[in-house]
Design a protein around this ligand. Structure first.
Ligand code: NAG
Ligand code: NAG
Ligand code: NAG
Ligand code: NAG
Ligand code: NAG
Ligand code: NAG
Ligand code: NAG
Ligand code: NAG
Ligand code: NAG
Length: 415
């Protein structure tokens, strides 16, 4: 079921409006910002003098809040000097090893995301590992979440010299068929876990007396049964989206349930909203959000062109990122709902963040496996324009994750 791809949320090509301030305005703002920066860095210096355990890198990384979501891709032959890894990283799904599967261009690995007007810190595996000592980093979501999890495993393992000290806690092989996997970085007492849960809430048998149309029930008011395992995570990255459409729910007999009864008329949009509300309430009551970090990762766009995933859609026409942002899809509706859920949780010292990777990912039609799917895939199988080659685009999502964690002071006192 992993490769059932939904249609795009909207096929409308849409002009994303970017208002570029005039140069004059920019200069003024730059001046104002630089004075703020001076004051800020002075106070931070003072702060770091008073709290000697604060690492100096905190200054460079987090002096000003930065909107990492907006920017451009720049060519960089050394795009990932620190977190670099290759396709032989043992944690990669065979379907993500695109070169091994016959892809013969490598340029897709040499683009670096450059946020507009600020600096995205390079991923430093040793530093991330140090900061993550005695912790649990948990990914919960669909197969695109697994894609990101595998990317982080490989980025982190680049910082460990003894590779045998990294292993699956229960001896399970890395497989997309497992619902739960936990990789231990033994030297750091760190586990990086993945829970497969395409809807994040429970999918179960329909209540007795339901209509014969109902094959399964999606229980919008009940987080997936393994959620109790997520609750104690130090960093929890949830994602969902690709399954929230009519074709993969109601049309398959998967109806929505709230309370005791199936609601036969509720639409996907409202169901998604209720799910986000459920997860929000769950996180507030079950996580220690003053201490742990909660991310909702925004929608990861797929790029089926000249057809949908099941009607011969393709994404293999180019080997470079899109450059013209007027050709991108609009921000999908899922993002607004996730963003409102996050916004309504903010404050009270809660460490919550929308990991907004949608826009940067929209440019990257070149980053999908397309026809270079896992060995054994029939040649006439649909192209994969949903998942991502690794190394590749999800590495950048993890760089953003890292940047947000640093900016929020992730364990800055333990090193
Ligand atoms: C995500 O980031 C893009 C680019 O900055 C922005 O256009 C969009 O509004 C953001 N979405 C949300 C829900 O914040
Ligand atoms: C790379 O692959 C494409 C299509 O798979 C093929 O058309 C092209 O000739 C190949 N290029 C090289 C240099 O092998
Ligand atoms: C990465 O982090 C480690 C530990 O904090 C530090 O010693 C090292 O200099 C950093 N590397 C780079 C390239 O910044
Ligand atoms: C290892 O980390 C866990 C939390 O993930 C913690 O409960 C445990 O005490 C740690 N073990 C050691 C030896 O520090
Ligand atoms: C590497 O890690 C394994 C598993 O933790 C351990 O048995 C082995 O002694 C380590 N090797 C070295 C050289 O530290
Ligand atoms: C079963 O469904 C019918 C029609 O929807 C309803 O009238 C009846 O009360 C239901 N019975 C139970 C036990 O819920
Ligand atoms: C089902 O959901 C729709 C949309 O929210 C709502 O209007 C309707 O009252 C619900 N039906 C039941 C039986 O709760
Ligand atoms: C879609 O088809 C058109 C016309 O045949 C072609 O120019 C374009 O490159 C195709 N797009 C993709 C992504 O293959
Ligand atoms: C970007 O695409 C739009 C719509 O097709 C077009 O009007 C515009 O000229 C393009 N801009 C550039 C710089 O190519």
């Amino acid at each position: 079921m992993d490769l059932h791809h939904p249609p795009k949320p909207s096929s409308l090509h849409h002009k994303l409006s970017f208002v570029f301030p005039s140069l004059f305005f920019r200069a003024e703002v730059a001046y104002a910002l630089s004075s703020v920066l001076v004051v800020l860095s002075a106070s931070l210096l003072l702060l770091s003098a008073l709290t000697p355990l604060q690492p100096l890198s905190f200054l460079g990384h987090a002096a000003l809040p930065c909107d990492y979501s907006d920017g451009e891709w720049v060519w960089d032959v050394e795009a990932y000097p620190e977190g670099s890894y290759a396709e032989d990283c043992p944690f990669l799904d065979p379907g993500f090893r695109c070169l091994r599967n016959g892809r013969n261009d490598t340029g897709y690995r040499n683009w670096r995301w450059q946020p507009r007007g600020c600096h995205l810190p390079r991923f430093n595996a040793s530093e991330m590992l140090e900061r993550s000592r005695n912790k649990r980093i948990v990914f919960a979501g669909d197969s695109i979440g697994r894609n990101q999890w595998e990317s982080l495993l490989c980025m982190l393992s680049a910082g460990v010299s003894n590779k045998s000290s990294i292993f699956e806690a229960h001896g399970n092989p890395i497989s997309k068929h497992k619902g739960f996997l936990s990789i231990r970085f033994d030297e750091y007492n760190l586990s990086v876990e993945y829970y497969r849960t395409p809807f994040l809430v429970v999918i179960g048998r329909p209540p007795p007396n339901s209509s014969h149309l109902v094959h399964k029930s999606i229980r919008l008011d009940t987080p997936q049964w393994r959620a109790k395992m997520w609750a104690g995570a130090d960093v929890l990255v949830m994602n969902t989206g690709h399954w929230w459409n009519r074709g993969k729910t109601i049309d398959q007999g998967y109806y929505f349930q709230v309370g005791e009864d199936i609601n036969m008329t509720m639409g996907v949009n409202e169901a998604f909203q209720k799910t986000m509300e459920t997860l929000k309430q769950w996180a507030i009551s079950n996580m220690q959000l003053g201490h742990s970090y909660l991310f909702f990762r925004s929608y990861s766009p797929s790029h089926y062109r000249n057809g949908t995933w099941d009607t011969g859609g393709v994404c293999d026409s180019g080997t470079r990122p899109q450059t013209n942002n007027t050709l991108l899809e609009p921000d999908p509706w899922y993002n607004q709902i996730m963003s409102s859920a996050i916004k309504s949780m903010e404050g009270r010292g809660r460490k919550v963040q929308l990991l907004n990777i949608t826009y940067l990912t929209e440019f990257r039609m070149d980053g999908h496996p397309s026809s270079h799917r896992e060995p054994g895939t029939p040649t006439d199988a649909p192209q994969d324009c949903s998942h991502w080659c690794l190394p590749g685009v999800p590495d950048t999502w993890n760089e953003l994750l890292y940047a947000h964690l640093l900016a929020k002071g992730y364990n800055s006192r333990s090193i």
